[in-house]
Design a binder for this molecule. Structure first.
Ligand SMILES: Cc1cc2nc3c(=O)[nH]c(=O)nc-3n(C[C@H](O)[C@H](O)[C@H](O)COP(=O)(O)OP(=O)(O)OC[C@H]3O[C@@H](n4cnc5c(N)ncnc54)[C@H](O)[C@@H]3O)c2cc1C
Ligand SMILES: NC(=O)c1ccc[n+]([C@@H]2O[C@H](COP(=O)([O-])OP(=O)(O)OC[C@H]3O[C@@H](n4cnc5c(N)ncnc54)[C@H](O)[C@@H]3O)[C@@H](O)[C@H]2O)c1
Length: 515
């Protein structure tokens, strides 16, 4: 495929649409010379629905490759709804960014407390935190980012249409009554929090509202044992709340390495969380004093009631935002959760309709949505069929302590490779030996015994995310244990442990595992 020829073809097509509103056509046409159109039927080469992580990335890169692109997005708000959203999407406005700002705010509380071990004394009147000032600062930053993302689209010559998009047919998108014809349509509408169907569910908040509370709760129940549940539990606890985390499994964070789950759970308890494993939320009710009561049920039929709660946070997963989007009517195959079913190129069962990010319900992480958006941009605008590569996608949980991971868990590696060598270490980080914090660090390397390749790395401890990003590169390119051992450490650091674990903790052999 001659890329230069293809992109120049796309560029000349830009000025020749006849259906697009004049407002949308301006600007783009000043850049390219008019000539005969090969696809005069279409207003755009690509029309994206949803300007979140995947939608912005896919649109921006498709435009940079020469395609004529538009994206529609709901008007801005901090809390999402059927009618509100905002350029930037969940990650920027209601996910990664505001959550991490909250983690930073909460970390200060720990730092002030633990500074005493290093000789600092807290002023006699005590430390004060203004929740209102913090939320104001957070809002200001999110508004700035929303503007920055709009500028990015504008600079990339992507047309932004404000409003709710809906697919009319395989080549038509309608936004608030106005129709646009597109050669390709990209569905990047993300997801929304799913609420449990229990009495009193309407009294609960989701992560959207948890990021916008008028005050920090004094006592809060968090329902769920996934990323959002443990992250918000850590935030509220460090901000001084009494936190009760409720989950159905014996341990939180299903899908993570079992040893990591156990170790993290011990640290959560040490950090002051009240954990309620093996419990199912049954109902929430309002007390006479306005606070909330939560009834939990155990499999053995017993119940437990948590009272005097300021908030109950439902962190029980997210569902794709495909309700009323017109996809099934347009012939797109949908999954049971309402996700768009796509092939290895993120193409749906309708060849002109593509989908990326949370709406395809593969891995709900921003960098994954970005990778998928890039792949679609290349497939659509360059004519280079591109598949996202899901091997060695690292991820981090910003709980207290942090967790980061890349590659296989011990359980998955044993299943895949049969024989694996496991290296682990656990220690009290140097800072905590003096600060008095009880939180410990755990690190683990999973090695395929036959090839001696490192196929999984896991960490529970401070700065795990920052540390794991670098090691993810090594795992992705197939580093062997011997190569890892040949690297000189950085001392004193926690990260150096990953290159100094010489003694195998255990050798897991298929025969033994299946015996
Ligand atoms: C609390 C929280 C914390 C998170 N933290 C992290 C983290 O630390 N790291 C990480 O990697 N991931 C994190 N995630 C996940 C991450 O936010 C998502 O994986 C990512 O945003 C998915 O991107 P997307 O493009 O698929 O969808 P989104 O970013 O959700 O974008 C979809 C956009 O589509 C818009 N939209 C929906 N329907 C329509 C319509 N009909 N018409 C027009 N527009 C529409 C929405 O308003 C939204 O802006 C977090 C998520 C949450 C909820
Ligand atoms: N740091 C990060 O990268 C980060 C942070 C937050 C969210 N995310 C992404 O967003 C996604 C959504 O986060 P999440 O924590 O809401 O989802 P999740 O899937 O990680 O966890 C959902 C939790 O709710 C529980 N649950 C589901 N149905 C239930 C029911 N009927 N009753 C009781 N419990 C129930 C599940 O068992 C699980 O513990 C994650 O999968 C993750 O990919 C990533």
């Amino acid at each position: 495929m001659n890329v230069a020829k293809l992109t120049s073809g796309l560029a000349t097509r830009r000025c020749l649409r006849t259906v697009a509103p004049a407002r949308l056509s301006r600007g783009l046409c000043t850049r390219v010379a008019a000539s005969a159109s090969s696809s005069g039927d279409f207003d755009f080469d690509l029309f994206t629905i949803g300007a979140g992580s995947g939608g912005v990335r896919g649109s921006r890169f498709a435009a940079s490759y020469g395609a004529k692109v538009a994206v529609c997005e709901l008007p801005f708000d901090f809390v999402s709804s059927e009618t509100r959203g905002g350029v930037g999407g969940t990650c920027v406005l209601r996910g990664c960014v505001p959550k991490k700002l909250m983690v930073y705010a909460a970390e200060y509380a720990d730092d002030f407390r633990h500074a005493a071990g290093f000789g600092w004394s807290v002023p006699s009147e005590g430390l004060q935190h203004s929740w209102t000032s913090f939320i104001e600062a957070k809002r200001k930053e999110l508004q700035r980012l929303n503007g920055a993302y709009k500028n990015t689209l504008n600079n990339a010559k992507v047309t932004l249409v404000e409003g709710r998009g809906r697919v009319v047919d395989p080549h038509t998108v309608e936004v608030d009554g106005k129709r646009y014809r597109a050669k390709n349509i990209l569905i990047a509408v993300g997801g929304r929090p799913s609420r449990l169907d229990i009495p009193g569910a309407e009294l609960c908040i989701t992560s959207d509202e948890a990021l916008e509370l008028p005050a920090c709760p004094r006592k809060v129940a968090v329902l769920g044992g996934g990323y959002i549940a443990v992250e918000f539990s850590g935030i509220f606890a460090r901000m001084g709340a009494e936190v009760h985390t409720v989950f159905r499994q014996p341990l939180p964070l299903r899908g993570f390495d079992e040893e990591v789950r156990k170790f993290a759970t011990d640290q959560y308890v040490a950090s002051g969380l009240h954990l309620h494993p093996r419990m199912t939320p049954q109902s929430v009710s309002r007390q006479l004093d306005g606070r909330l009561s939560l009834t939990l049920g155990h499999a053995d039929g017993t119940t437990e009631v948590l009272t005097d709660l300021d908030q109950v946070l439902m962190a029980t997963g997210r569902v794709p935002n495909t309700r009323g989007l017109g996809l099934a009517e347009a012939g797109v195959s949908m999954g049971p959760k309402g996700q768009v079913l796509v092939d290895e190129h993120c193409r749906s069962s309708v060849p002109s309709i593509w989908a990326v990010g949370d709406v395809i319900d593969r891995i709900q992480l921003t960098p994954v949505a970005l990778m998928e958006g890039m792949a679609v941009a290349k497939s659509v605008a360059l004519g280079q069929p591109t598949q996202p590569d899901y091997w060695a996608v690292p991820s981090a949980v910003f709980s207290n302590p942090e967790i980061a991971t890349v590659g296989y868990t011990e359980e998955a590696a044993t299943e895949k490779f049969g024989d694996v060598d496991i290296y682990t270490t656990s220690f009290r980080p140097m800072r905590n030996t003096v600060s008095g914090s009880p939180i410990r660090t755990f690190m683990k390397i999973v090695v395929d015994a036959a090839s001696q390749k490192v196929v999984g790395m896991h960490m529970v401890g401070a700065e795990a995310a920052e540390i794991m990003q670098g090691f993810a590169v090594a795992v992705k390119v197939g580093v062997t244990k011997a190569q890892l051992d040949s690297v000189v450490g950085i001392h004193p650091s926690a990260a150096e442990e990953f290159v100094t674990m010489r003694s195998v903790t255990r050798q897991v052999r298929r025969a033994a595992a299946t015996a």
